[in-house]
Write a new protein. Structure first.
Length: 164
């Protein structure tokens, strides 16, 4: 991650500074088994609390990694799941007003259980299946607040409705 301040010139000719956070792109995976979704829970240091979300992550050491391969890797690392089918659902911009980071969203189905391969900083991570109705209730109750997970679920709903 890098943080920079760029000198800018606005449309009216005035100058200023624009702060940008550059982070590697990421992949987010929605593991779906009939009406169940697989989530991971981990401690999110900036928030000071544990949060449930879809498996997701970056490959800082492989910034040019293929998004599909990154998605397969994140799914395997965080949940132990292997997907027989991975469908790209769309692209998300994390915080386009301050960050260049973008994320590809994939739907993983035809899942096989296996052992997770978590990175050292993910050692306290938990993973569990949730019925879709419970997932939606958790969003309503403010228990799932990860913007990427909520936006990714919207992409899933649009996909299921046959969006173009």
């Amino acid at each position: 991650m890098t943080v920079r301040e760029d000198p800018i010139r606005r449309a009216d000719g005035t100058t200023g500074i624009y702060g940008v956070v550059d982070k590697p792109n990421y992949a987010l995976v929605i593991p779906l088994d009939r009406e169940r979704l697989r989530l991971v829970e981990q401690y999110r240091y900036p928030l000071g609390m544990r949060r449930w979300e879809f498996p997701q992550g970056t490959a800082p050491d492989r910034a040019s990694a293929d998004p599909l391969e990154l998605a397969r890797r994140e799914l395997r690392e965080e949940t132990g799941l292997r997907a027989g089918s991975m469908v790209e659902l769309g692209l998300l911009d994390v915080a386009p007003g301050m960050s260049s980071q973008r994320g590809w969203v994939y739907l993983a189905t035809d899942l096989t259980e296996g052992f997770h391969e978590r990175e050292h900083e993910e050692q306290d991570m938990r993973s569990a299946w949730f019925p879709r109705a419970e997932f939606e209730a958790m969003i309503s109750r403010g228990e799932i607040t990860d913007a990427q997970s909520i936006a990714a679920y919207t992409l899933l709903l649009l996909h299921e409705r046959g969006r173009p």
